[in-house]
Design a protein around this ligand. Structure first.
Ligand code: UDX
Length: 441
């Protein structure tokens, strides 16, 4: 079976490479010529464990990339994986999706049967709209949302919790059969297939992400109280998680969620409620708690010093979570901006080289005064980063315990740590003379 994947961003590359590994003949299509060129020579434009190896294994064999839409003529299945960013009002911006649909219309013959699969995260009603745009064409439209976690997206692709497939009607067997063939790899592997209608599939994606975001905001709110009354949020999370109805996942308090999905999807879901004249009471609160969490943490830092002007801080973690170079909605970057704005100097570090590179480039591109005024330094070595600082701030949930804290204690100017992800072994740190401030502990 020949399959086209339109959009070779984060989701598209993984989808294309994954389908190639299943054995299909795959063409990835993108408007960005330099990206296509890089991909065809086996270079992966983003950092994701195991992805470049798989790309190299299949590229120019059963996987190619192009800027032309021509290959979709021979494809039975066409995946749409273009970005759906947030517009200025918080809605999902569907421009790229609709422009891809227009190009499909210009390219395929009306009579040629195709299955168009929407993998991009789209608001309820979008699959229906796309089908409407393709009126008169012999196509079926399928909703197939993704649930890939950055950093382990390749693993997630081959080990999904579930495959969601939304159809116009469950009476029409052909598109269902074709989609089962596409995901035949998972047959007999205990992966539940949820076969449903478009609207349900679309909402499953938003509801799942909003629920996880709500779990995080919930524990973050409890953490504020724990902080005040001298309770330990880590023990609270642990004990709550022992109840299988609650579960221990996504109950880690911190400085809030970031990334390309949760903040945007929560906001887009709020808009969908509002567009349907329903007040999204809980989900709005989830968003608000998240926006406030980082400010609350920054206040904690400010309260300790009184005035941050002229102080130097090591910020450990730049990307929105471990093992990624993705800075989108990164709480670390938000905190860096707050610290810089208060007149302090920041030395930033992340274990992922590309995350450091992206941070430098971002501030340079913005022609930021912070960078050109030399208030921000991005360093390649953690020990260099902590040297002579007035405080260490942890922003990403890496296991920093594996570092030599005796050495760190000798390098810093003042022994104080603000642990925004509650990752440090508090006893050990305190024994070395550090003052410790976590989130709710
Ligand atoms: C998420 C979803 O997990 C995935 O299913 C969906 O398809 C895309 O969005 P991702 O954005 O890669 O994936 O990140 P995830 O690992 O879920 O973490 C999101 C954010 O939540 C990070 O900033 C992380 O630091 C934060 N987080 C996570 C917490 O603050 N506490 C937790 O307990 C878990």
């Amino acid at each position: 079976m020949k399959i086209s994947v339109i959009g070779t961003g984060y989701v598209g590359i993984i989808q294309a490479v994954g389908l190639a590994e299943f054995g299909f003949e795959v063409v990835g299509i993108d408007i960005d010529e330099s990206k296509v060129k890089a991909l065809n020579s086996g270079e992966c434009p983003l950092y994701e464990e195991g992805l470049e190896e798989l790309l190299k294994k299949h590229v120019n064999k059963n996987l190619t990339f192009t800027t032309s839409y021509e290959p979709i003529k021979d494809s039975e299945v066409i995946f749409l994986c273009v970005g759906t960013p947030q517009d200025k009002d918080g809605n999902a911006d569907l421009r790229f999706l609709f422009s891809a649909v227009e190009k499909i219309k210009e390219t395929i013959d009306k009579e040629d049967y195709k299955v168009i699969v929407i993998k991009s995260t789209v608001p309820v009603g979008t699959n229906r709209k796309v089908k409407e745009l393709l009126r008169g064409y012999n196509v079926d439209v399928v909703s197939n949302p993704e649930f890939l976690r950055e950093g382990i997206a390749v693993y997630d692709f081959f080990n999904p919790e579930r495959i969601i497939l939304g159809f116009e009607s469950l009476d029409k067997k052909k598109p269902i059969e074709i989609m089962k063939k596409v995901y035949n790899y998972f047959e007999g592997k205990n992966v539940p297939f949820v076969i449903t209608n478009w609207e349900t599939a679309e909402l499953i994606k938003y509801a799942s992400n909003a629920f996880l975001a709500t779990k995080i905001s919930f524990i973050n709110e409890i953490a504020k109280l724990a902080d005040k009354v001298g309770a330990d949020i880590k023990n609270i999370s642990y004990a709550m998680g022992l109840d299988p109805r609650i579960g221990n996942k996504f109950l880690n308090a911190g400085i809030g969620y970031g990334g390309s999905c949760f903040p945007k999807d929560v906001k887009a879901l709020i808009k969908q409620f509002e567009n349907n004249n329903i007040e999204p009471i809980l989900i709005k609160a989830t968003d608000r708690v998240n926006e406030e969490q980082i400010k609350w943490f920054f206040e904690k830092i400010k309260n300790y010093y009184g005035n941050l002007n002229g102080k130097t801080f090591a910020i450990l973690g730049l990307a929105f979570k471990p093992n990624t170079d993705d800075l989108r909605e990164s709480r670390a970057i938000k905190l860096i901006d707050m610290v810089l704005d208060s007149g302090a100097i920041v030395k930033g570090f992340d274990y992922v080289e590309k995350a450091r590179e992206n941070t430098t480039n971002m501030y340079k591109l913005n022609k930021s005064k912070a960078f050109y005024g030399y208030n921000l330094y991005v360093l390649d070595d953690l020990y260099e980063t902590v040297k002579d600082v007035d405080g260490i701030i942890i922003t990403v949930e890496y296991d920093f315990n594996k570092e030599d804290w005796e050495k760190i204690a000798n390098l810093v100017k003042e022994k104080v740590v603000f642990d925004g992800r509650n990752v440090l072994d508090v006893k050990k740190i305190k024994k070395l003379g550090f003052k410790y401030y976590g989130v709710g502990r």
